[in-house]
Design a protein around this ligand. Structure first.
Ligand code: GUN
Ligand code: ZN
Length: 433
């Protein structure tokens, strides 16, 4: 057993329903076999467990690991392609890089960069858009397993309107997806996600094949894109003859295990349908800004009772940090004026942790530091004299410290990361001090 000592912050009760930030100053968590067995003040727990090893994380703050509900593995090397709307960016920036993953050795290098990027940003759980190439999807599952990252991922499928070297067909999609699920679903921390790229690039028979795979793999998730860009939406409506959410729903693809990214321009009936199905939406603010997709209507999602969590959407998103995405979520709501949903730092924190865990069906095991949860954690401890160090030194209280983390924090401020109680990133000796 290990006693982790530090100042712990988490949001076990929903701030959207009046819940407040929970703070344990000079606290301790007792962890055995990756699970939190007890929590309380360090003094009390030390008295009760005088023999256990102590990991001292005093100074800085210990947060639950972030949960990124939408991030593209093949796009890590093309982050920063600014200046284009969605469909041009896909053609010119994202898809040429995705085609390079036909080379499995290249894909393995990308997988290494990708997993390092997530863990380095304090993300411990992610719903990962895979590759169009099955061997490349193996590389990301294998790298996540090697490092210990908790991922749900799968084969991306498309059979129209994008570059042809990324096409599959329904029977191949079915076969390759089932083979990948057989290799990875439920193995260690991995799970499978059925992943039609977006209904713009998927014919009805292909979406039907996705439904077959979903039905054949108990506990598999479904992830895709929805209502991101006005030109894209018009094309989908023309091709499918229905609204965007219905284009998935009519193939049985919208349910409690579904996470659809963006939903910047939904209609009210679509929001009502998402709520009725219990599906979740991944809000990806830096991507929405970079591609000029629009401002996310969070208040309308809340009003309809649609579950919302955060995604980095790397590589349209501008980095892996959910601190930056949280700040972006706040900014987007400010820019919406009266139509915006006011967000406190505690809301942002909840969206990046508990809400993500719930969207991924993992709310009983990760997302906060309650007894019984797995110890997935990040230690935010900036180097001396850095902007965040100055901010934290002058924070009025823990909520103010959290605000400063969202305003100023970067992956450089994430000193260490644990998953199931195991350290998954080696501390950088240059940052120790
Ligand atoms: N829609 C279909 N594919 C993509 C993608 O890779 N990124 C984003 N942001 N939207 C998409
Ligand atoms: Zn995306």
């Amino acid at each position: 057993m290990t006693l982790f000592r530090g100042t712990f912050l988490d949001t076990p009760s929903d701030p959207f329903a009046g819940g407040r930030l929970r703070t344990e100053e000079d606290g301790a968590l007792l962890v055995r076999d990756g699970v939190i067995r007890a929590r309380g003040s360090f003094a009390d727990l030390r008295r009760q467990h005088p023999q256990e090893e102590v990991v001292d994380l005093s100074g800085g703050f210990v947060l639950p690991g972030f949960v990124d509900t939408h991030v593209h593995f093949p796009q890590v090397r093309v982050i920063g392609g600014l200046g284009m709307p969605l469909l041009d960016w896909l053609d010119q920036t994202a898809l040429p890089e995705e085609a390079r993953l036909a080379d499995t050795a290249y894909a393995a290098g990308v997988a290494t960069d990708f997993v390092r990027g997530l863990v380095g940003a304090g993300t411990t759980t992610a719903l990962v858009f895979g590759s169009h190439f099955a061997p490349a999807v193996d590389t990301v599952f294998a790298e996540a397993a090697r490092v210990g990252l908790r991922i749900t991922s799968g084969l991306v499928v498309s059979d129209r309107l994008i570059r042809e070297d990324l096409f599959t067909d329904p029977s191949r999609a079915r076969e390759e997806s089932l083979a990948l699920a057989a290799r990875w679903h439920g193995v260690g921390r991995a799970r499978y996600a059925v992943t039609p790229r977006f209904s713009l690039s998927c014919t009805e028979p292909l979406l039907e094949a996705c439904g077959d795979v979903l039905g054949a793999v108990p506990g598999a998730m479904l992830t895709s894109h929805v209502n991101e860009n006005v030109r894209e939406i018009a094309t989908v409506e023309e091709l499918c003859g229905c609204d965007y959410v219905t284009s998935y729903d009519r193939h049985g693809l919208v349910g409690p295990g579904t996470v659809l990214a963006h939903n910047v321009h939904p209609t009210d009936p679509e929001l009502a349908l998402l709520a009725a199905r219990g599906a979740a939406v991944a809000h990806c603010p830096s991507s929405n800004a970079a591609l000029g997709s629009g401002l996310f209507p969070l208040a309308r999602h809340r009003a309809h009772g649609v579950r919302v969590a955060m995604g980095s959407d790397v590589g349209a998103g501008t980095g892996f940090s959910l601190l930056k995405e949280g700040l972006g979520a706040y900014v987007a709501q400010q820019l919406l004026g009266d139509a915006g949903h006011p967000l406190t730092p505690t809301h942002l924190f909840h969206l990046a942790t508990v809400a993500g865990a719930e969207a991924l069906g993992l709310g009983a095991s990760v997302g906060d530091f309650s007894v019984g949860r797995r110890f997935d954690a990040q230690w935010i401890k900036p180097a001396p004299s850095t902007p965040l160090a100055v901010g934290l030194a002058h924070a009025a209280d823990p909520a103010d410290a959290l605000a400063k983390m969202f305003a100023l924090g970067t992956p450089a401020d994430v000193r260490s990361v644990w998953i199931d109680g195991d350290l998954v990133n080696a501390p950088d000796p240059h940052l120790v001090g």
